[in-house]
Design a protein around this ligand. Structure first.
Ligand SMILES: Cc1cc2nc3c(=O)[nH]c(=O)nc-3n(C[C@H](O)[C@H](O)[C@H](O)COP(=O)(O)OP(=O)(O)OC[C@H]3O[C@@H](n4cnc5c(N)ncnc54)[C@H](O)[C@@H]3O)c2cc1C
Ligand code: SF4
Ligand code: SF4
Length: 372
């Protein structure tokens, strides 16, 4: 991996509209902050190499290096990444109740991991009004409070950096694929710091096709509704093609064709739908909104899933073949589209010495992804 500093982060990521506001560069130093959904550098920093750049999921992402560290193999061409098993799942009777997005698998697994001390706390995304807010949860009730999807990109990893500073290690993290990539980069100890220790005890990645730009979404909604009246926001599965906004006395529907205009450009370069560098990935089950699709990828992910099932926190069933096929098709489409766009912008495998590259990947896999 080529290493650079905050100057290159601003030039190559923020000014190129690649920043998704994941929070990975926040709270490392006093300079990068997230405000109103946007990441900005408050003061210039002259260090030639920084963790801000090294953790960012939108620059110098070496997929082979990450894959070797996590799975001991170069990056492959399976649209879902490396995995051990794929099942259907939902929260079991021992898990608490929350306003789950789907089957509650994510909240149930984090609750189990915290209660059994596999982790000492969980980095999650809560909300204040419609604004997604990162938190460190150290009690099960806080995990349940964070259930449900906030549809805007969130600076979740700002809470991870803050928790590490406060001395926490062994953390659970629930992250979108871009945030999961940043966590995987962080785990490589890219600046070779002597005091480094892997801060993660369990990384649960959630599937993501796109998220909304917070500022744009806030403007969109505030032109149509009193924000203080909003109780819940949902996007029901296809064929609905609407976003539902619930108030105490009404449900208002907005066509997804209007909502998709609010997706930031950064998402169009995102190659990962299923959080390929997590321990466990979770999505909504197609056609069964009370269930999740559950992918286990690592030994520790598999162990926690097995234990959670035995302890009654999680229920598993087989995933029908047609669902698996459709999931692979959707993930492959996203990957192909994003690689094509990134190659068009000349930010894949940029020659060393010419500045940072967004992605680095072995040529054989890239050709297979392209379908050559
Ligand atoms: C922006 C976004 C886009 C998504 N797109 C898809 C998709 O295309 N296909 C699909 O199958 N699933 C998608 N999901 C995932 C899905 O909505 C559920 O998060 C997942 O299936 C887990 O369901 P659950 O019932 O187990 O979650 P719950 O138990 O309700 O837990 C949800 C967890 O998500 C975390 N979270 C919520 N909002 C955010 C956010 N903005 N950023 C980071 N973490 C967050 C919370 O911390 C919480 O722990 C998306 C989620 C988000 C946030
Ligand atoms: S680390 Fe995240 S918030 Fe910071 S510049 Fe990169 S994408 Fe943006
Ligand atoms: S599409 Fe990719 S970049 Fe956009 S929020 Fe989802 S994971 Fe992050």
């Amino acid at each position: 991996m080529q290493r650079f500093g905050s100057r290159e982060l601003v030039e190559n990521v923020i000014r190129q509209n690649l920043c998704i506001g994941c929070g990975a560069c926040n709270n490392l130093c006093p300079y990068f902050k997230s405000y109103n959904g946007k990441t900005t550098m408050l003061f210039p920093c002259t260090l030639p190499e920084g963790r801000c750049f090294a953790y960012c999921p939108k620059t110098e992402v070496d997929l082979d290096e990450l894959s070797a560290a996590l799975f001991h193999k170069p990056y492959g061409d399976d649209p879902l990444g490396y995995y051990r098993s794929i099942m259907m799942s939902r929260a079991g009777a021992r898990a608490g109740h929350g306003l789950f997005q789907a089957g509650g698998t994510v909240s149930a697994l984090m609750q189990f991991a915290l209660e059994k001390r596999h982790i000492d706390g969980a980095i999650l995304t809560d909300r204040k009004g419609i604004e997604p807010t990162p938190i460190l949860a150290t009690e099960s009730k806080d995990i349940l409070k964070c259930a449900s999807s906030k549809y805007t990109a969130a600076p979740t990893l700002a809470a991870l950096n803050r928790a590490i500073k406060e001395g926490f290690g062994n953390l659970g993290i629930v992250s979108t694929p871009c945030q999961t990539l940043a966590v995987a980069q962080m785990r490589l100890n890219p600046l070779q710091e002597n005091t480094f220790r892997d801060p993660t005890g369990l990384v649960i990645g959630i599937f993501c096709t796109w998220a909304l730009d917070f500022q744009a979404f806030k403007v969109f909604l505030s032109q149509r509704i009193d924000l203080a009246e909003i109780r819940k926001i949902d996007i029901p599965p296809p064929p609905a093609e609407v976003m539902e906004v619930f108030t105490d006395c009404a449900t208002i529907e907005y066509p997804l064709s209007e909502i998709r205009q609010l997706v930031p450009e950064a998402c169009s370069y995102c190659i990962d739908m299923t959080a390929e560098f997590s321990d466990i990935s979770v999505g909504v089950m197609e056609g069964r909104t009370d269930m999740n699709t559950l992918i286990t990828r690592t030994d520790r992910g598999q162990r926690i899933v097995d234990e959670a099932v035995s302890a009654g926190y999680l229920v598993l069933t087989d995933l029908p073949d047609e669902n698996l096929e459709h999931l692979k098709w959707a993930a492959d489409n996203k990957k192909k589209r994003a690689f094509a766009k990134a190659e068009e912008k000349a930010i894949v495998n940029t020659p060393a010495g010419t500045g940072p590259s967004y992605l680095r990947i072995n040529h054989a896999t890239l050709k297979k992804i392209r379908g050559e």
